[in-house]
Design a protein around this ligand. Structure first.
Ligand SMILES: Nc1ncnc2c1ncn2[C@@H]1O[C@H](COP(=O)(O)OP(=O)(O)OP(=O)(O)O)[C@@H](O)[C@H]1O
Ligand SMILES: [Mg+2]
Length: 335
């Protein structure tokens, strides 16, 4: 890695490990993850349900639920370690320079506060706007995320809105302060495709207007193909592959990534064709196998995979495409 690469990193996460304190003792759920986002870049984070996407992002903001904690690692944002920062300094970053869209809008919106006030709050706190300007900006934001009658909606409470509307309010809050980094956790799952396309366009516009960086967490690989510059594939709390988006789709290498891509139906599939998917389920916390966590489900697993943990290693000559897989490394050596 060159000094230039390091300098351009807006977010640089190293060795992030998260444990759940369960009845059977602590269990690792995020296992020493490294990931980074450069300025102006959109990083897609993909993986099946339960692979640790949300806990990774919540741990960055130090918003983990009870009994779940970061046990090691660092997360540099714009030159400061979010893990070591004082609670006060972190409050300045959260919602200001880092906008966050949570996966579940019902639990993250305040049920007894009008949505207008919830959108104005970060504008008053982080940007020092007057109440009047903040309300104007809130109307503009609601319009931008495609909410009809934005002026009237300011006075609504979250329960008066549909699930899709609430999700859009969350997006408006995440974008309110024009953050340097937007972390969006499944932000468009409850939205129909037209609104989803509108939100994706809005994020793309802000990216080019403000040079905003984005971390976009999703199950939707088709959406990632059209939005991300680079993709990180998570499995059981580890990064199994990362690559520029085109390289990932042209040459998916890890058997898990290949399995995820094979699960996407295409127009050429006959109606009778069954959706192929990866057999089995990810390991539960505390029941991670030794060796490669994917080995029990992997069609290519060898003895070494059940014994040792593969490291994330470059599989392209310039090193930007990496996979953590003994079978991939063996095939590369043989080639
Ligand atoms: N509050 C909690 N208490 C106990 N276990 C939890 C809690 N939150 C998450 N977990 C467990 O931690 C693991 C990772 O969860 P996480 O929510 O990060 O997954 P995810 O990748 O975001 O999944 P999804 O795609 O369903 O949102 C899962 O096994 C989950 O069951
Ligand atoms: Mg999640």
């Amino acid at each position: 890695m060159t000094a230039q690469d390091t300098k351009e990193r807006l977010l640089d996460v190293k060795g992030l490990t998260v444990e759940i304190d369960g009845r059977r003792g602590p269990a690792v759920v995020v296992d020493g993850i490294d990931l980074h986002v450069t300025k102006g870049e959109t990083l897609g984070v993909v993986g099946e349900s339960g692979c640790g996407k949300s806990l990774t992002m919540l741990s960055l903001m130090r918003l983990l639920p009870n009994k779940i904690k970061v046990t090691s690692g660092s997360a540099d944002f714009d030159g400061q370690d979010l893990q070591k920062m004082s609670a006060r300094a972190l409050r300045k970053v959260r919602g200001g320079d880092i906008g966050f869209v949570f996966q579940d809008p019902m639990t993250s919106l305040n049920p007894v506060m009008r949505v207008g006030d919830q959108i104005c709050e970060p504008l008053l706190y982080h940007r020092g706007m007057s109440r009047q300007d903040a309300r104007k900006r809130a109307v503009e934001l609601l319009r931008l995320v495609g909410i009809p009658g934005p002026q009237e909606r300011l006075n609504a409470y979250p329960h008066e809105l549909s699930g899709g509307m609430r999700q859009r309010v969350m997006i408006a809050i995440g974008l309110a302060c024009e953050p340097k980094l937007l972390i969006a956790d499944e932000p468009t799952t409850a939205l129909d495709v037209t609104i989803q396309a509108q939100i994706v366009d809005l994020v793309k516009q802000l990216r080019s207007k403000l040079g905003m960086s984005v971390v976009w967490i999703t199950h939707d690989l088709a959406l990632i193909a059209g939005l991300a510059d680079r993709v990180v594939v998570l499995y059981a709390g580890t990064v199994v592959e990362d690559a520029p988006v085109d390289a990932l789709f042209a040459n998916p290498s890890h058997p898990y990534t290949r399995g995820l891509l094979a699960s996407i139906p295409t127009l050429s599939d006959s109606p009778a064709a069954r959706l192929s998917s990866i057999g089995g389920t990810p390991p539960e916390p505390g029941r991670r196998p030794s060796g490669c966590p994917f080995a029990p489900r992997c069609p290519l697993a060898m003895d070494i995979c059940r014994r040792d943990v593969p490291k994330l290693e470059p599989i392209s000559s310039e090193g930007s495409h990496r996979a953590a897989c003994f079978a991939v490394q063996k095939a590369l050596k043989a080639a």
